[in-house]
Design a protein around this ligand. Structure first.
Ligand code: DHE
Length: 528
């Protein structure tokens, strides 16, 4: 649905999406279609295939009952950019729109090998292979202490020197990047995913986009293997995982996601698990976690469902069948999850608040967590506390940070916050963890938690009246960078010890920011 903020979905994209449909729009009464166009199309796509918002198709709405969907259109959806329309639309109009989005499309566009391959562009063939040991950046800054800042306001990315806090470069990104960009292990390259399926590979040394490919219509996120050989993309539409060659983003495999009994599923998210040489994906419509090995010699328990390897077409066939899958049945589907630092446990939650711990070696759920509301485990972090390790998670529905002992999986502290929060961060060298208050009247507040005392010791307001969100530390942990999440926003740099402002850089709705060192070392305080 159209958001309060004006997101300009480019005309080109709109035309492209209509073309994809080949005239397959549902025959609905013109009034409802006009309503959809006016209020929904800007975010969800003219053809309901998704844009900055998710696709609105019966296939993607399986878990949302129609009655609830009426409530979402009327009142908005927690933890998303979806506003309520109760004051703009009548009850009948909301009911008609609900029927409309639950009506199957005549034809769902295919996004298979032909489409993926024809979208593939290598902009800089000479930069496809790269080595950080021999190459040098075109700037003087420490390449390991560089940040990427995604500016969602005008779809740009700023490359920022993390010592001087001065921009090195700014470039246009694909429309609506979402999720953390993923660096190669040496930090030389980075891979971005956009909500509408584009994967872009960018050279951090030469400051050039190397290659791009559209891996899906509505994409969740992407991950890069520790050996830098593969990128995997998890999609909402179609229901696939797509494996790409990391060097040039050419297609390797399309893994259909389903339970083998005819039910397919969206992918909640997919991450790299470095010590396991595998990718871990959770599914949104089927209660399963998939481990996909990229090890040349996968351990036991992985099955080898034959899926065409597109490298065979160019005579570049692998010796063995790679990317076998090990399926783990879980109690409930997982919408949101993260891992302990050892990558033995996956800690996940469904949006209805049921949270569980899955042991990836034992291949089963081993504990339920006492979490209420809508814990945002994707933003969970861990740190040493006494002789144990705790995990902390913000909550998208309630004003609470929950802190849990990972030895017993028992809650040790519930910290009341000024409202629901989205993102949480820390650094090994900092005594503090930071959490935003993304929703509600105090959305301009940022809490600072003492990791030892487990108490909020300071509440900062970087710009009163404007949302403060998403923190990232520099390489040494000496500074914490906060976004003022507004078109006329800013990146505010704090001294991480004194909690005093050091610098402020104007930016266009800076959303996430990602420090190369913290990311490539899989620092416990940041997202992986
Ligand atoms: Fe995100 C990361 C899911 C809404 C901004 N978000 C992620 C990831 C997932 C996710 C699975 C991890 C991907 C990765 O890094 O590989 N996000 C979801 C949702 O399910 C949810 C609630 C609903 C939806 O619209 O999909 C959602 N997210 C939002 C927003 O509304 C935010 C605030 C604005 C936006 O851009 O749409 C938003 N999400 C972010 C950001 C990250 C992210 C900035 C990266 C965080 C990080 O530090 O790594």
């Amino acid at each position: 649905m159209k958001r309060n903020m004006s997101f300009a979905l480019s005309a080109v994209l709109l035309i492209a999406l209509s073309t994809l449909l080949n005239g397959g729009a549902v025959a609905q009464d013109a009034g409802t279609q006009a309503l959809y166009k006016e209020h929904c199309a800007e975010c969800h796509g003219v053809d309901r295939l998704g844009g900055q918002g998710p696709a609105l198709l019966p296939q993607n709405l399986k878990r949302l009952r129609k009655k609830k969907a009426v409530g979402v259109i009327a009142n908005g959806r927690a933890a998303t950019q979806m506003p309520g329309f109760a004051e703009v639309l009548t009850k009948d109009q909301i009911a008609a729109l609900t029927d409309f989005v639950y009506t199957p499309l005549d034809h769902i566009p295919t996004w298979g090998p032909e489409q993926i391959r024809s979208s593939h562009v290598v902009h800089k063939p000479e930069l496809v292979e790269g080595n950080a040991k021999t190459a040098k950046p075109v700037y003087d800054a420490d390449p390991l202490n560089v940040f990427l800042v995604v500016e969602a306001g005008d779809h740009h990315v700023t490359v920022l020197d993390g010592d001087k806090f001065e921009p090195i470069h700014r470039f246009k990104s694909r429309f609506a990047l979402h999720g953390g960009p993923k660096y190669s292990s040496d930090g030389r390259f980075v891979y971005f995913a956009s909500r509408d399926g584009w994967i872009s590979k960018f050279d951090m040394y030469r400051l050039e986009t190397v290659a791009e490919v559209r891996a899906g219509i509505n994409t969740r996120n992407a991950a890069v293997s520790s050996d830098d050989r593969y990128v995997i993309v998890g999609n909402y539409l179609p229901h696939t995982l797509v494996v790409l060659k990391a060097s040039d983003l050419s297609l390797i495999k399309i893994i259909p996601v389903g339970d083998g009994k005819g039910n397919s599923s969206r992918v909640s998210a997919v991450y790299n698990a470095p010590p396991r040489s595998s990718f871990i994906a959770a599914l949104k419509d089927i209660p399963e976690v998939w481990e996909i090995s990229y090890d040349d010699d996968p351990p036991a328990g992985f099955s080898l469902p034959w899926v065409h390897d597109y490298r065979e077409d160019s005579g570049d066939a692998p010796k063995s069948e790679p990317f076998p899958v090990r399926r783990i049945k879980v109690e409930r589907h997982l919408d949101d999850f993260f891992f302990d630092q050892e990558y033995i446990h996956l800690i996940g939650a469904s949006r209805d608040g049921h949270a569980q711990v899955v042991n990836l070696d034992a291949r089963r759920s081993v504990a339920d967590l006492d979490l209420k509301g809508m814990p945002h485990l994707g933003s969970g972090i861990t740190w040493r506390w006494g002789d144990t390790t705790v995990l902390a998670t913000p909550n998208l529905k309630t004003g609470e940070v929950t802190i849990i002992d990972t030895a017993t999986w028992k809650t040790v502290k519930r910290l009341k916050t000024l409202g629901p929060g989205f993102f949480m961060r820390s650094h090994d060298n900092s005594r503090y963890a930071w959490v935003d208050v993304f929703f509600g009247p105090n959305r301009d507040a940022m809490h600072v938690i003492d990791k030892e005392k487990l108490e909020i010791v300071e509440t900062l307001r970087p710009e009163p009246g404007k949302t403060a969100a998403h923190v990232e530390f520099d390489k040494s942990g000496a500074h914490a960078l906060v976004s003022v999440w507004d078109k006329k926003g800013a990146l505010v740099v704090y001294d991480a010890k004194t909690l005093k402002e050091v610098k402020r850089l104007p930016m266009s709705k800076p959303s996430g920011k990602y420090n190369v060192h913290n990311k490539i070392t899989y620092s416990a305080g940041t997202s992986h």
